[in-house]
Ligand binder design. Structure first.
Ligand SMILES: [Zn+2]
Length: 158
């Protein structure tokens, strides 16, 4: 697995009380043995909020930042995570109506990476399953908690 972290400069790490090493360690622990063929790009960005995606299908190094990210394999599967200037503990509502609470940025990162990992480990057709996103969220909470991360999530009322 290849991990690249963008924007984890000194002021950002100081504000979030973390280091690039800890960020990489969280990604490595969450992905575990599912990391072959996987590239994880983490972005620390301006503004509030967060975003993440798993790209279904192979990506070439030249498809990402016009081929400027060093060390990428020729082709790979891709998880992208963008984290904004959020204050922790941080509460947010995702695109599917779930309310999330994360104690630290590392807890947040663990949950988001675990959600995308679920998509990565599912067969290709699974993304059209009705409960795909809810299943990904349930997996994310369980997986992150099992690894010791402080993550809470409340599903929307049915
Ligand atoms: Zn998802």
């Amino acid at each position: 697995m290849h991990i690249h972290v963008f924007g984890a400069d000194e002021p950002t790490c100081a504000r979030l009380d973390t280091t690039e090493e800890q960020i990489r360690d969280v990604v490595t622990r969450v992905i575990g043995r599912s990391g072959s063929d996987l590239v994880v790009l983490i972005y620390f960005v301006q503004g509030a909020g967060w975003d993440a995606e798993y790209r279904h299908g192979w990506v070439r190094a030249s498809d990402v930042h016009r081929g400027t990210v060093p060390g990428l394999p020729p082709r790979f599967l891709l998880i992208r995570v963008a984290l904004g200037e959020n204050a922790y503990p941080y509460e947010s509502i995702d695109d599917y109506g779930w309310t999330w609470r994360h104690a630290t940025v590392l807890d947040h990162l663990a949950a988001v990476v675990a959600h995308e990992l679920y998509h990565h480990t599912q067969p290709h057709f699974a993304r059209r399953r009705m409960n795909n996103e809810a299943d990904a969220n349930r997996f994310a909470v369980q997986h992150a908690r099992r690894l010791g991360f402080d993550v809470q999530a409340i599903a929307p009322a049915a």
